[in-house]
Write a protein that binds this ligand. Structure first.
Ligand SMILES: Cc1cc2nc3c(=O)[nH]c(=O)nc-3n(C[C@H](O)[C@H](O)[C@H](O)COP(=O)(O)OP(=O)(O)OC[C@H]3O[C@@H](n4cnc5c(N)ncnc54)[C@H](O)[C@@H]3O)c2cc1C
Length: 645
């Protein structure tokens, strides 16, 4: 018997996967006035979100993957497509109404579009999973810098491997490519560049057999098939090294096993109109068998599948008499009982403001010049290097260096966010005399000058001053790891917000609510690069009403009853980090027992050393009565909440 669900959870078509293929299918169906739901487990936009430069999508010019897909989503939403963040965990394909089981409940529809895309392939050598995040990596942009001055091995011989090998020469002492075949599979121009690069050695006919180590990688063993020998690499004493795997992608079709026909590699077998072996079930994008896996072919598939499904849904409506209807609009700020976010409330995937898709505010893919990862920036002459301690206040009435960091487009986007803030927010900066502190102050001064809802309090802690205050306030045990000079200067600090290693890690900015109470959100360092969006969203969520949130997730956040500190170690160039920072901040903004702090790891080598971080984001969870939990990799709110259960 078919499971039954509430009528507001019945759609003409459910699209599984919110990448370019899925969003396009939704756009076409919604425009044809069908009720369509896109279910996405991570973040709308799909794989292309991690790419800062997309230059081959016709009509879009040079854009970023985030920007491109955010626009696609806005277009689909404008026609009434609905979106929900949930993971489809199972499908039932019998009967007129097919069921998608998700971790947020069941949804039903006459037709389905499978647009689940692909994910990086693990090679499967011994130690690969064990050392993921501790030497074995899959994202050069995110993790390359952790191997500065060390040797790096790249596993793979395709275009991605070749390009990433060249990129990694920025950091590595030497890059060695281990290629399974006897040639690189990349355009000749790229092959020539790689082979001519003195910092890259390419070894053909090699397959990795094993990595091993302790807290870092200490051994790599591979088979050279041409020489029929097993070879080893061991780094110099005390050093680790990196193994970056770029061995292609595999289709995300686990859900479909036994339900629709798949080829040997797991791709969905379809006809020319993208119909799978089951009527009413279509596939689109990278999950399909095809020669070219690109955004342009994914969107084309989505459009073709959707057009076919229009006919399928019309016939099913006529046959069953069921015409899926949207529930009445809910008040702004709420979500429908179905868990689906009404398009009118969230024009972007998860950010306030129709023109503020993640990645459009400064640094969300576009680093702010002079801030992102520079360590330099614009020093503020009367603060940097002073040996005094005291408080100053800068508000909109007293701005300094306005107009240098945020261009007109960014300011327009920020204005949209500021106009929706219900309460003022105080930016409490706690600075030392480092260049980063001067940079943070300049950043905050300019930001505070953009809205009268923001004000800036600055406290400077001198290296020369004793700092017993925070030890008294925190009651913290002395740190277990050696402190950096920066970590020994202790400002008064909210006990709950005491950072990892029990040190305040200056400089930082804390968000305070209008009444001066801590909002339990902090950024250590300068929130530039990919973290600017997180920082702005943090401000918005503290000020209220905050981003809309599914009732189930809100209840789960409210149910956290133990004091919990979430610390996220990030790099400003990491595209996977903002998800974790934003998820941690959402929880902290809603539950006073939870604090969320992000750390730009570049500034806090002691944290990198203590937690042995070779990959970002690194999430550290300290929860009363439980051992410290450390995990790596991208996480959305549901996944983070799962770790807190
Ligand atoms: C580093 C990189 C650079 C690239 N550069 C370019 C480029 O410059 N130009 C270009 O045209 N293409 C580029 N591509 C290729 C392009 O990203 C893909 O072809 C395109 O994203 C495919 O879109 P899709 O919708 O089929 O799948 P995806 O983009 O993979 O989206 C699938 C979505 O489905 C979701 N999903 C999976 N399983 C479930 C589930 N069970 N429940 C709910 N949701 C689920 C995933 O989270 C994901 O968001 C690049 C790819 C990579 C990795």
């Amino acid at each position: 018997m078919q499971p039954t669900v509430d009528s507001d959870r019945i759609f003409d078509v459910i699209v599984v996967g919110g990448g370019p293929a899925g969003i396009t299918a939704a756009l076409y169906l919604a425009r044809a006035r069908y009720r369509v739901l896109v279910v996405e487990k991570e973040e709308f936009g799909g794989q292309i979100r991690i790419t800062d430069e997309v230059a081959n999508y016709p009509g879009a010019g040079l854009t970023s993957g985030r920007e491109l897909t955010a626009t696609m989503q806005q277009q689909a939403e404008a026609f009434g497509a609905e979106f929900v963040l949930a993971e489809v965990t199972g499908l039932e394909l019998a009967g007129d109404l097919r069921t998608a089981h998700t971790n947020r409940g069941d949804y039903q529809a006459f037709g389905l579009v499978i647009a689940t895309g692909a994910h990086p392939r693990q090679v499967g050598f011994k130690g690969e999973s064990e050392f993921k995040g501790r030497g074995v990596a899959y994202c050069a942009t995110c993790d390359g810098e952790f191997f500065s001055g060390l040797d790096i091995f790249v596993v793979g011989g395709g275009l991605a491997a070749a390009e990433e090998a060249m990129f990694l020469t920025r950091f590595a002492r030497k890059v060695t490519m281990l290629v399974r075949k006897d040639q690189l599979r990349a355009p000749q121009s790229v092959v020539e560049k790689v082979l001519a690069d003195p910092n890259i050695e390419v070894r053909f006919n090699c397959t990795v057999e094993e990595v091993a180590g302790d807290s870092q990688l200490r051994l790599l063993r591979w088979r050279d098939h041409a020489a029929d020998t097993v070879q080893e690499y061991r780094p110099p004493d005390g050093e680790g090294f990196g193994v970056f795997v770029f061995a292609g992608y595999e289709p995300s079709t686990g859900l479909l096993q036994g339900l629709v026909e798949l080829d040997e590699a797991g791709y969905v077998v379809t006809d020319a109109n993208r119909k799978s072996s089951v009527d009413g079930v279509y596939a689109a994008g990278d999950v399909c068998i095809k020669n070219l896996r690109q955004v342009v072919t994914a969107t084309a598939d989505g459009a073709i599948a959707a057009t076919e499904l229009e006919r399928w849904a019309a016939a099913a409506q006529a046959r069953t008499g069921i015409v899926p209807q949207k529930p009445p609009a809910t008040p702004a700020g709420n979500v429908a009982a179905s868990g689906v976010t009404p398009a009118a409330v969230v024009p972007g995937s998860n950010v306030p403001g129709s023109n503020v898709p993640g990645g459009n505010v400064p640094g969300g893919g576009t680093p702010i010049s002079g801030i992102a990862g520079s360590g330099g920036g614009t020093p503020v002459s009367d603060t940097a290097g002073t040996a005094t301690s005291g408080d100053t206040t800068a508000t909109a009435a007293n701005p300094t260096s306005i107009g240098q960091l945020f261009d007109a487009e960014m300011r327009a986007q920020l204005d949209t966010v500021f106009s929706r803030m219900q309460q003022p927010v105080i930016l409490q900066a706690v600075l030392d005399d480092s260049p980063a502190a001067a940079e943070l102050q300049a950043f905050l001064q300019e930001l505070a000058g953009l809205s009268d809802k923001l004000s800036l309090n600055t406290q400077t802690i001198s290296a020369a001053l004793p700092n017993a205050a925070s030890e008294e306030a925190s009651g913290a045990e002395p740190p277990t790891a050696p402190e950096s000079p920066r970590a020994t200067r202790r400002p008064p600090t909210t006990p709950q917000l005491q950072g990892p290693l029990g040190a305040p890690n200056l400089p930082y900015v804390e968000l305070l609510r209008a009444d001066g109470q801590s909002g339990n959100l902090r950024f250590h360092g300068v929130p530039g690069g990919h973290e600017t969006t997180s920082f702005i969203l943090g401000i918005y969520n503290i000020s209220g009403p905050g981003q809309p949130l599914d009732e189930g997730l809100a209840a789960e956040i409210a149910a956290i009853s133990q004091p919990t500190a979430l610390s996220v170690l990030v790099s400003l160039s990491c595209t996977n980090c903002p998800d974790v920072v934003q998820a941690a901040q959402r929880i902290a903004a809603l539950n006073p027992l939870v604090s969320a702090a992000a750390y730009d790891l570049r500034l806090y080598p002691e944290l990198k050393q203590h937690y042995n971080v070779m990959s970002v984001p690194c999430l550290i969870i300290n929860q009363s009565g439980r051992p410290e939990q450390i995990s790596f990799g991208k996480k959305q709110l549901p996944q983070l909440l799962e770790l807190l259960r």
